[in-house]
Design a protein. Structure first.
Length: 556
């Protein structure tokens, strides 16, 4: 509807002032119309008229358009528009503009490292990243969901050092003593023990550094037969199995997982090549990118032992994604602690692959903290596990008098994360997340169930064409809000902010509640029209919840 109105407005501008200009339409508060524009202020410079005179001429011209019921000039040159009831009703169900149609989009998120348990940050990334991918899809994009994690590096060596001690050496046969249920926790404990030893025991540190080189060599030699290799590959697979099971539980899925071991060779090759071209430089036996000349950090890309750092693995990742997808857009979601790190990686990449860097967007978020909690660290072992968040929320559902149903728990957690504006720290309160009285996922689930039950009570849910009736104020208010849905999806995608969808759905549910309190549906003389409105509301709410990956229920 916005595009249609903009087209009518642009045509009127051309006819009146012989100027080609793209008018911008915004959604004002309800008392100021359905749409508003300040295009008269822009046009004043192209004519001899004042902004107010331009606005008045346009308002008069548009008053005769069938889809517009009223125009009003406000201030020095703003024009407010009210759509006709039939135009508003016709706008219901319109899909968002397919701005990403025919384009390839890679969305990378969650990014857990094997040999560790998933923590609350991975949970948050998994939930938010998947919705960002949904937004691109809603606007026509061909989306590839990918995941990246470190299966090589010091953190792996730390875990493997402790695993060897647990197994009394490199004895892969003893891994059979670890039950499937214990594996994730067992690996996580090994990492914590290894990280502690690395920090506190100099001899252990030396052993871990040597072990790190051996693990890289396992990949270089494609070794699957030595005792150390058998331990490594088995434990790595345990991690991947655990990741897959957990992501399936929260409804997140990935097309491809990039281990660092597969991106490191591509990154190493590129960095070495660009070293000869002056993008990188040598320093004390290492290869660095001198970011200080660009007001960035100077970072090591290849260490003095010839091993790739995280930076080089990320360069390799970008090259591997490009090779696999030739993307139009590469969106990466991480915590904000690596903002400066990623600036350096992308700055270095831009020197030799400018198109890849140009098409890459790095989104960041703050820490996820529990209400009353402090900062957590996986290295110290006091991290909030992802599964703990789900379990605590299930307990909160039960404490609130509900059943510990997985769909309700997931709605609570997902919506609590998604409603927060991306970027800032997040305080998660399980009790608040499950409330049926506030701005929560379960509240919206119940809102849908309530609307669906109204439709099911009718023996004639389809009724007559809704456009055959004029709308009373509360009916119009509901229809007006529903007509905004496609625009909100577009805005959420343009700004990569799922919170816009959450805010909209909550406001829509509140408007529906006010409508339903003042307008009887079943048995009223306007039943057919109102059932149409309830049906459209239920479909909009359902589509929005599905966009947020929140389960839609038939009953609660």
């Amino acid at each position: 509807m916005r595009e249609e109105l903009a087209g009518v407005l642009n045509q009127a501008i051309k006819e009146l002032f012989h100027v080609e200009i793209e008018a911008e339409l915004t959604r004002p508060e309800e008392q100021f119309g359905d749409y508003s524009t300040n295009v008269a202020l822009q046009l004043a410079g192209h004519t001899s008229k004042s902004p107010k005179e331009v606005a008045e001429a346009l308002a008069d011209k548009l008053q005769s358009i069938e889809m517009i019921s009223k125009t009003e000039v406000a201030g020095p040159g703003f024009i407010n528009f009210w759509l006709s009831d039939s135009a508003l009703l016709a706008s219901l169900g319109q899909e968002p503009a397919k701005k990403w149609a025919g384009k390839s989009v890679v969305v990378e998120y969650s990014d857990p490292n094997p040999f560790k348990e998933l923590h609350v940050g991975h949970l948050y990334d998994g939930i938010v990243g998947d919705v960002i991918a949904n937004l691109y899809e809603a606007m026509g994009g061909k989306v590839h969901r990918v995941n990246f994690g470190g299966d090589v590096g010091l953190h792996v060596a730390k875990a493997m050092w402790a695993i060897r001690r647990k197994l009394d050496g490199e004895n892969p046969e003893k891994l059979s003593n670890v039950s499937e249920e214990e594996r994730a926790k067992w690996l996580s404990e090994a990492y914590v023990n290894g990280a502690t030893a690395y920090d506190e025991d100099e001899s252990a540190k030396v052993e871990i550094i040597e072990l790190n080189q051996r693990i890289y060599k396992i990949h270089q030699d494609d070794d699957h037969d030595s005792p150390l290799a058998k331990v490594y590959w088995t434990c790595r697979q345990w991690s991947y199995d655990y990741f897959e099971e957990f992501y399936a539980r929260i409804g997140t899925h990935f097309e491809k997982y990039y281990p660092e071991s597969t991106t490191a060779p591509a990154g190493l090759s590129a960095v070495k090549e660009q070293l000869t071209k002056g993008v990188f430089e040598e320093s004390d036996g290492a290869v660095i990118y001198n970011g200080e000349v660009h007001s960035l950090h100077t970072r090591v890309f290849i260490n003095s032992k010839g091993l790739p750092t995280y930076e080089t693995k990320d360069i390799g990742l970008a090259l591997c994604k490009w090779q696999d997808y030739h993307f139009d857009q590469n969106t990466i979601l991480t915590g904000n602690e690596i903002v400066e790190y990623m600036k350096v990686v992308l700055a270095a990449l831009e020197k030799f692959e400018p198109e890849i860097a140009k098409r890459t967007t790095h989104l960041t978020h703050g820490m996820v903290k529990m209400a009353g909690g402090g900062k957590m660290s996986s290295r110290k072992g006091n991290v909030i596990r992802a599964v703990d968040v789900l379990d605590m929320t299930s307990e909160a559902v039960k404490a609130a008098g509900g059943k510990a149903d997985e769909p309700v728990m997931l709605a609570a957690v997902k919506y609590a994360f998604l409603k927060q504006r991306l970027g800032a720290d997040i305080i998660f309160d399980p009790n608040e997340s499950v409330s049926l009285q506030g701005n929560s996922g379960p509240y919206l689930q119940y809102a849908y169930v309530r609307a669906d039950s109204i439709i099911k009570k009718s023996t004639n849910p389809e009724g007559v064409e809704a456009s055959s009736k004029e709308l009373n104020p509360s009916e119009r208010n509901l229809v007006r809000k529903m007509s905004e849905y496609s625009e909100v999806v577009e805005k959420a995608t343009d700004e990569l902010l799922p919170s816009h969808i959450c805010t909209y759905l909550y406001e829509l549910a509140q408007i529906f509640n006010r409508f339903y309190e003042g307008n009887r549906v079943i048995g009223d003389e306007r039943q057919e029209l109102r059932l149409k409105l309830v049906g459209s509301y239920a479909r909009t709410l359902k589509e929005g919840l599905q966009l947020l990956n929140i389960p839609v229920l038939d009953k609660m």
